[in-house]
Design a protein around this ligand. Structure first.
Ligand code: PGA
Length: 263
């Protein structure tokens, strides 16, 4: 039985003081649902304060992105080694916003990988995070054009296969995958629960091919894209969906608390 996981992705929101106020609101709600795993991914500048405030709670800390090297001349980047030093439990990788897709089908290959993730850089980040025992939350998802062209399944399979290239079945146990259709992110247009469940099932099937059925059964697969208190229950109680990656609705303690309660 997989424990439900609800992750708040705060994106580029909240000053340190605002982050602290939000944590104060979320922690009691999370503590009243110990059966649900909860994680918060604040912006980097708020990580120290949030880490301090979460110390005595079961709410875990996550980051929104990382680089793959331990250190070096990589201006503006944060390494998995640094995140591990901060006791971060999770790190989002391959979010459509860091892939630079923003609804686009292709990002030009000339775009520097430092600024737009590709499946290959996603793979490097995943391996580096696993090395430091920080759980990657690997995001995959199709754009609206890809869905309209009937390419949803092939896009998801490609992102997974390339993103997880060289990851062993033992390492697969330490992974979370989030199915995030790009067209559903921040649009209020949630994916139909049956369809989200079908895609999450597809993802689990491929994980089974990569790491064997036992590992695939253990991996938590989240849904993300306009999750709200009103739709969380239906989505999170589908057989293949183990919780959610929540953006906008995680920015207020009340709505995030209602999503945790619905899990
Ligand atoms: P949203 O974002 O809940 O605001 O749609 C989800 C995400 O980007 O992870």
């Amino acid at each position: 039985m997989r424990t439900k996981l609800v992750v708040g992705n705060w994106k580029m929101h909240k000053t340190v003081a605002e982050a602290a106020a939000l944590v104060e609101g979320v922690v009691p709600a999370a503590e009243s649902h110990p059966e649900v795993d909860v994680a918060l991914c604040p912006p980097f500048l708020a990580l120290p304060k949030v880490a301090e405030l979460l110390k005595r709670s079961h709410v875990k800390l996550g980051a929104q992105d990382c680089f793959w090297e331990d250190e070096g001349a990589f201006t503006g980047k944060v390494s998995p080694k640094m995140l591990a030093d901060f006791c971060a439990s999770f790190c989002i990788v391959g979010h459509s916003e860091t892939r630079g897709r923003f609804g686009k089908v292709e990002v030009p290959l000339t775009t520097l990988s430092h600024f737009s993730e590709t499946d290959e850089t996603v793979n490097l980040k995943i391996k580096a995070l696993l090395y430091y025992a920080v759980t990657p939350i690997l995001c995959v998802g199709e754009t609206s054009d890809e869905r309209a062209a009937g390419e949803t399944d092939s896009v998801i399979l490609r992102q997974l296969e390339r993103g997880l290239g060289g990851v062993s079945s033992d390492e697969l146990y330490g992974l979370v995958v989030a199915y995030e259709p790009v067209w559903a992110i921040g649009t209020g247009q949630t994916c139909d629960a049956q369809e989200a469940d079908r895609v999450c099932g597809l993802i689990r099937g491929l994980l089974g091919q990569i790491g064997g059925p036992e590992a695939a059964e253990e991996v938590r697969i989240l849904y993300g894209g306009s999750v709200k208190p009103e739709n969380a229950f239906e989505l999170f109680h589908m057989p293949q969906i183990d919780g959610g990656l929540v953006g906008g609705a995680s920015l207020q303690a009340d709505s995030f608390a209602r999503i945790i309660a619905a899990s």
